[in-house]
Design a binder for this molecule. Structure first.
Ligand code: SF4
Length: 278
């Protein structure tokens, strides 16, 4: 190959341009790599979440935007529970979950103590961000002394896993700490006698979000007689601290009505979105 006079400069210029190009591309790759890594991690997370939703029996992913779900308008203010006139309420405010659990174990404030095998206080992380509240223990819970065991408990585990969490990272409790005979609905007087234990649990755990499972738990927490259709789909505010509260179906109901699982996932997504926005 022959080079004309002055072509050395052209070659040097070309080499310089190629070198600069390589530097620019490599810097771009360095910046791009963390972004690609993030997309990859998100993809793995979403794939896992979709698999869990599939296990839950949820067919439709309903993606709703944050501002639509958690705006000032969507927060439904609810007056804090009036607890001062609850008959049998302890004047002593417990300072630890263990203290309340001890009080529950020996509680005889309502007739349910006569038929219980064990009290079911609650379990999970004592400073959890998520707190799930059911209505009352069932037969298996009564035998084991733990909330949400058995088939409904397994479904709740799946719901929690779909949120990217493990049961040990959340707190689970019921409104009633003793099983109503034959799994009948809790009576209003039983709820009144027992609910202050839950109120103390909530005050000590101080979650970022409460998920009320079923109508009984939702009504007990929000002190309302409104219907479940009205209560679902909004972020309510619980207590003096205005803890966001979302109502969804009880897992036992979802086992009987699997077609409602996608609605339940909508509720959990609403809760997740509100916790992220807070
Ligand atoms: S249900 Fe509640 S109030 Fe009734 S005996 Fe059990 S712990 Fe006490």
């Amino acid at each position: 190959m022959f080079l004309k006079p002055g072509s050395n400069r052209v070659v040097l210029w070309a080499i310089l341009q190629i070198g600069l190009g390589i530097i620019v591309i490599s810097q771009g790759c360095c910046r791009l790599f963390p972004v690609l890594q993030f997309i990859h991690v998100e993809h793995i997370h979403l794939t896992r979440q979709l698999r869990l939703l599939n296990q839950l029996g949820v067919d439709v992913w309903v993606h709703r935007t944050t501002d639509r779900l958690w705006s000032a308008d969507s927060a439904v203010p609810v007056s804090p529970p009036e607890t001062d006139d609850i008959p049998g309420r302890d004047s002593l405010v417990p300072t630890s979950l263990e203290e309340i659990e001890k009080a529950v174990r020996s509680c005889e404030k309502c007739p349910l103590h006569q038929t219980r095998t064990r009290t079911v206080f609650g379990s999970g992380c004592p400073d959890a961000d998520w707190l799930f509240v059911g209505e009352a223990p069932g037969a298996q819970e009564d035998r084991q002394g733990k909330p949400f065991v058995g088939r409904a408990g397994k479904l709740l585990d799946l719901m929690i896993a779909a949120l990217g969490l493990h049961r040990s990272e959340v707190y689970i409790a019921n409104v009633l700490k003793c099983r109503p005979p034959n799994n009948r609905d809790p009576r209003p007087d039983e709820v009144v006698q027992c609910e202050h234990y839950l109120q103390h649990q909530l005050a000590l755990v101080r979650p970022k979000i409460i998920v009320a499972l079923g109508l009984t738990a939702t009504r007990a927490l929000l002190k309302t007689n409104r219907g479940f259709r009205e209560l679902r789909g909004s972020v309510h505010a619980y207590g003096d601290q205005d803890i966001p509260l979302v109502a969804t179906y009880h897992p036992a109901y979802l086992l009987r009505n699997p077609g409602q699982k996608s609605k339940s996932w909508e509720d959990l997504w609403l809760a997740k979105t509100s916790i992220q926005a807070s």
